[in-house]
Design a protein around this ligand. Structure first.
Ligand code: PEP
Length: 256
């Protein structure tokens, strides 16, 4: 069975003084052994990573970055390398989030390169794919997702340390969510693509998260889908109460 992941993406939100209270109230609403059934990740702004890692040191919560630069070092003002993240104990990162593709000119090529560098450096990438509203309406969702997934897999030799997130761009931060079936269909399509490049067994072990206005009210239906292995959650991860409700929903569904 694939262990589900609930990953919060704080985007450009949050300050250090808020962190202790946030994690305290998140954890106090969870059952004692929640981490046996669900993996919880927070992708935070760079300024919060160090303190969050210290605060979560004795808890099973994983702290992640939202991006890396694909180069090792050098004249790339404002950027952070994989080695710099490892230096502060961060070993998971989002790659190719649609906001980075949309506003910061990330391309399939740069995403592919970043995934390759992450894996080489022992950083686990959560690589994001998803179609825009226009692409969905013109019926090219599968073409777009196939192109993006193929780029991600180009530099992957071993799937063990990769997570993919399907995030339809039209559902991110809009309040619109893909229906459970729509999302599951794309997840199943992604798993098939992965099986073609690797094999069935490895594809069955790959975790594919859904992202796009996931919240306490809809997480249950999404998590019940065969190919949905958790959520990448923006807005609802900023509220400890909402996010703990989502983790609890996953514990109930997956708990032994
Ligand atoms: C995201 O940031 O990846 C995301 C899915 O945001 P939201 O949940 O707010 O739509």
């Amino acid at each position: 069975m694939r262990k589900p992941i609930l990953a919060g993406n704080w985007k450009m939100n949050g300050t250090n003084p808020e962190l202790p209270r946030f994690f305290e109230s998140l954890v106090q609403n969870l059952p004692a052994n929640w981490s046996e059934d669900v993996e919880v990740i927070f992708a935070l702004p760079y300024t919060l990573l160090q303190q969050a890692n210290v605060l979560c040191k004795s808890s099973p919560i994983t702290i992640a970055s939202q991006n890396i630069n694909q180069y090792e070092s050098g004249a790339y003002t404002g950027e952070i390398s994989a080695a710099m993240l490892k230096d502060i104990g961060v070993t998971t990162t989002l790659i190719g989030h649609s906001e980075r593709r949309q506003y910061y000119a990330e391309t399939d090529e740069s995403v592919s390169e970043k995934v390759r560098v992450c894996l080489e450096q022992g950083i686990r990438p959560i690589a994001c794919v998803g179609e825009t509203k226009d692409e969905r309406e013109s019926g090219v969702t599968e073409d777009v997702v196939a192109r993006q997934v193929t780029a991600i897999l180009a530099g992957v030799k071993d799937l063990a340390n990769l997570v993919i997130a399907y995030e339809p761009v039209w559902a991110i931060g809009t309040g619109l969510t893909a229906s459970d079936e729509q999302a599951n269909q794309v997840h199943s399509f992604i798993r098939d693509l992965v099986a073609k490049k690797f094999n069935d067994e490895q594809a069955q072990n790959l975790r594919i998260l859904y992202g796009g206005s996931a919240k306490p009210a809809n997480i249950d239906g999404l998590l019940k889908q065969e190919h949905i292995d958790g959520g990448l959650v923006g807005g609802a991860s900023l509220k400890a109460d909402d996010f703990s409700r989502m983790i609890n929903a996953a514990v109930e569904l997956y708990g032994r």
